[in-house]
Ligand binder design. Structure first.
Ligand SMILES: Cc1cc2nc3c(=O)[nH]c(=O)nc-3n(C[C@H](O)[C@H](O)[C@H](O)COP(=O)(O)OP(=O)(O)OC[C@H]3O[C@@H](n4cnc5c(N)ncnc54)[C@H](O)[C@@H]3O)c2cc1C
Ligand code: SF4
Length: 329
């Protein structure tokens, strides 16, 4: 591993200043992804600015009932938090579907959002990868790509985003709070991760030096029926082949009043299913209507040689989860 300097930040401002002072710096939170990538030579920071002990480790209820989750809240703590567990079960379930207990005890909210793809070519510096080394090619396109994207990929990159938590946050209309050299700003989770396009080296819209300070889960979805379902090669300790996060509110007249649907494991970002949602809003969520809506979304899929199975897998997951939510009293 390349030698690096280490700085422990005591405040958001100190972290941002330390990062700005060192062009090759990276923020370090739980380190469960970054340190792995450093060991593989994929990440070679000059300096680690440790943000894991910043006072951003609480879940706070805002006056309007929204939940503000600090960036250093650990995944285990967030999943177990009573307000999250009771009001937004989809988020607890997504967190608990990720990694292992030990990892979740260390992994943070900010680090989880910014974890890098698990594409094996990205993690192997001997292989071509446009994300790791722009212009070197995409090893996965004609190589091993069973786990890769079926939606929104480009000729430059077919990677998927690995986070389970981010899929739930997308369905919940959560926002990301950032602090950077130009001040603070807020970005919706649905707009935070990018599609690869011509620049797969950029996973998100985060700007140089910006620090995630919090994620806000709005009150509008609190208490609504919601669920997360994940299909993977092993029952635990495996990334999603496909996953679904759904929030469904059915009005007294039996029609859909609100729906949030997002897919994981299918694209370079959590895939908010806008077409499916539009098809469901105002209709009775019968099995037929749900299947029609999900098909409208997945009609845009462009599977690769070895991953066409993901389309019916995602379809079945989404239909099952939405039907179960619709059947709740
Ligand atoms: C074996 C294994 C299995 C796993 N399985 C799953 C799974 O099934 N599902 C899943 O979702 N995840 C899984 N993970 C990934 C795990 O969830 C992530 O590694 C973890 O969430 C990253 O959080 P961290 O705090 O350790 O981030 P770090 O590794 O510290 O950082 C990750 C990135 O985020 C940046 N960063 C961290 N915090 C901030 C901040 N506040 N502001 C700006 N930048 C920041 C860092 O600079 C770095 O680039 C798995 C990991 C392993 C090792
Ligand atoms: S899919 Fe993306 S991350 Fe994987 S090799 Fe191709 S460019 Fe790299």
């Amino acid at each position: 591993m390349k030698p690096y300097a280490y700085v422990r930040a005591r405040s958001v401002e100190e972290a941002a200043a330390a990062h700005a002072a060192r062009p090759g710096a990276r923020y370090l939170a739980g380190g469960t992804n970054l340190v792995d990538l450093m060991k593989h030579g994929v990440e070679t920071p000059d300096t680690l600015v440790d943000v894991s002990r910043l006072p951003l480790d609480t879940v706070e209820e805002l006056p309007d009932g929204s939940l503000r989750v600090g960036a250093t809240v650990r995944n285990s703590d967030l999943a177990a938090h009573p307000l999250v567990h009771d009001r937004h079960p989809v988020l607890s379930q997504a967190l608990l579907a990720g990694a292992s207990g030990q990892l979740r005890n260390i992994a943070t909210t900010g680090g989880n959002l910014l974890q890098r793809t698990r594409c094996p070519y990205f993690q192997d510096t001997a292989k071509p990868c446009n994300k790791r080394e722009p212009g070197s090619g995409c090893g996965a396109r004609d190589g091993v790509h069973r786990d890769h994207a079926v939606l929104g990929h480009s000729r430059h990159c077919i990677a998927t985003h690995p986070s389970d938590m981010a899929v739930a946050l997308a369905a919940l209309d959560a926002t990301v709070e950032l602090h950077g050299p130009d001040g603070a700003r807020t970005v919706p989770v649905t707009g935070f991760h990018r599609l690869p396009g011509d620049h797969p080296e950029r996973d998100t819209v985060i700007r140089p030096g910006e620090l995630i300070t919090a994620v806000v889960v709005p009150h509008a979805t609190a208490g609504l029926p919601s669920a997360y379902r994940k299909a993977r090669d092993r029952a635990s300790y495996a990334f999603a082949l496909a996953s679904v996060a759904a929030v469904l509110d059915v009005a007294d007249d039996g029609t859909v009043r609100r729906v949030g649907l997002a897919f994981g494991g299918l694209a370079h970002r959590p895939w908010r299913a806008a077409l499916a949602e539009a098809a469901l809003l105002g209709t009775a969520p019968t099995e037929r209507a749900i299947a029609h809506a999900v098909d409208a979304e997945l009609g845009a899929a462009q599977p690769l040689r070895d991953n066409a199975f993901k389309v019916p897998l995602a379809r079945n997951l989404a239909c099952r989860v939405l039907s179960e939510l619709a059947a709740r009293p």
